[in-house]
Design a protein around this ligand. Structure first.
Ligand code: UD1
Ligand code: MG
Length: 449
């Protein structure tokens, strides 16, 4: 159910020291999308209309990335990392202008599901002023604990370092995801102080402060796997692994067959139709769409490509951005296709480079054909029209056009347009000297030592 008038503030100002990287943590990727992008996508899917991102100083690249996922995203800079409440207050002007629900999300939990955020919204709808998403941690060390009273109401969140031994027995931990439907959220946030072990302004303190104003808090829980936080590259790889499993399962449940699913790598936005078969060791970068009944054979690499229904790709094929294959197309081993439209039933079965151009319906591109698209300065277009036949080992020097139904003889270097239904062949005349080889061998044998 889409949520009306919700603002999501994504906290991304953390230094991410343990990543040991020049790249801010939110810009590291899993499944072809940044960690920030994943979290933003979850908020968008949950129906949150407004997004704000809190970044650290010198994180212009994070701000730029946020705009790619939603161009209205507001970003705010937290100048010093003084805690999660301070981070949320960096977005003070967004909070002042906003009258609906407010969510706080962390930029490093990409496995969160939008359905879970909708459950949080439902809890607000049912009357809680603050809803905190929790989970039963296998090892709760380091997490804030969710403390509840006999009636099940959330009474406080205690950070690990500030908790008593008894409070530490609580297994229910704070995920960091919090939602607010408070009459004056800013007034509550302004009451938060930093008298704690880390001397930080903890957003989690808001639960006790709200309680003093008779505002209620509720904890709801979800699976720990959804809340896997990323702090280092080992956890990044772990999250990638889990996310890939999820993508593959979704694809298989939607009717795709994977012979060895654990060897297939998909992107966050891969679209796979029904009765598609994917053989082992296939990689799909962002923006790939595979239509029904297509066969992607082993060891193929695809990115930014559309594969039409019933097409056959690979083994060992490479489809690069702008490869637009309509139905029944064959692209075979060691064929690279970049920025080329291929019409229905067109074929390039072996060892070819097709870059910048088009191949018409039913046209056949022979083995070893090269579209010579680059003159060292600019890229040019090659057009092969419907039903044309390009013989093996031909070089089509762009810009050039092969007319409908035309033939290009094997081994030609095509520098001029070829009219429809004609034959073009560019080749030195064949010379045959009968008996020459035998004579040559005899001559040379006299010189043998
Ligand atoms: C936080 C929670 C803890 C919870 C845990 C879950 C608080 C006080 N504690 O602790 O209850 O169990 O997450 O992982 O909220 N950030 C900023 N600016 C800051 C500090 C943090 O933007 O000044 C951002 C970070 O980039 C990160 C998020 O807030 O995305 C969480 O910060 P982190 O330092 O990881 O909090 P924890 O100590 O893990
Ligand atoms: Mg953390």
């Amino acid at each position: 159910m889409p949520v009306q008038n919700t603002l999501s503030v994504i906290l991304a100002a953390g230094k991410g020291t343990r990543m040991r990287s020049d790249l801010p943590k939110p810009l590291h990727q899993i499944a072809g999308n940044t960690l920030l992008g994943h979290v933003m996508q979850v908020a968008i899917s949950a129906g949150h209309q407004q997004l704000a991102v809190v970044v650290g100083p010198e994180m212009d690249n994070v701000r730029e990335d946020s705009l790619k996922h939603s161009q209205d995203t507001q970003s705010y800079v937290q100048t010093q990392q003084a805690g999660t409440a301070d981070a949320l207050l960096a977005a003070r002007s967004a909070l002042t202008e906003h009258s609906g629900d407010v969510f706080v999300l962390f930029a490093d939990t990409p496995l969160l599901r939008s359905e879970t955020l909708n459950r949080v919204s439902d809890a607000l709808e049912q009357g809680a002023n603050i809803v905190v998403l929790g989970f039963e941690a296998e090892d709760p060390t380091g997490y804030g604990r969710l403390l509840t009273d006999a009636a099940g109401e959330l009474t406080a969140i205690r950070e690990h370092n500030d908790a008593t031994e008894q409070e530490r027995q609580t297994k229910l931990c704070n995920s960091g995801v919090m939602a607010f439907r408070c009459p004056d959220l800013l007034a509550l946030l302004d009451q938060i102080e930093n008298n704690n072990a880390k001397q930080e302004y903890y957003l989690t303190d808001i639960v006790e402060i709200a309680r003093k104003s008779s505002l209620s808090s509720k904890a709801i829980s979800c699976d720990e796997a959804e809340l896997l936080g990323i702090n280092d590259r080992v956890q990044l790889a772990g999250a990638e692994h889990k996310y890939q499993e999820r993508l593959r399962e979704d694809a298989m449940r939607n009717g795709a067959t994977m012979i060895a699913p654990e060897t297939v790598w998909l992107s966050y936005d891969t679209v796979i139709g029904r009765d598609v078969i994917i053989e082992p060791n296939v990689f799909m970068g962002p923006k790939v769409k595979i239509e029904d009944n297509a066969l992607i054979r082993a060891n193929s690499h695809l990115e930014g490509a559309t594969v039409g229904s019933g097409s056959r790709i690979g083994p060992f094929a490479r489809l690069r951005p702008g490869a637009q294959l309509s139905s029944g197309v064959h692209v075979g081993n060691f064929v690279e296709v970049k920025n080329v439209e291929m019409g229905e039933g067109a074929k390039a079965n072996h060892l070819a480079y097709l870059g910048d151009g088009s191949v018409g319906e039913g046209a056949n591109i022979g083995a070893g054909t090269i579209f010579c698209n680059y003159d060292g300065f600019r890229k040019h277009t090659t057009t092969v029209k419907k039903g044309a036949f390009v013989g093996s080992n031909s070089a089509l020097v762009a810009p050039v056009e092969i007319g409908e139904g035309a033939f290009v003889g094997s081994g030609s270097v095509v520098t001029k347009n070829v009219p429809a239904d004609s034959l073009m062949v560019e080749r030195a005349p064949t010379t045959i000297k009968e008996g020459w080889a035998a004579k040559f061998r005899k001559l040379m044998s006299r010189h043998k030592r």
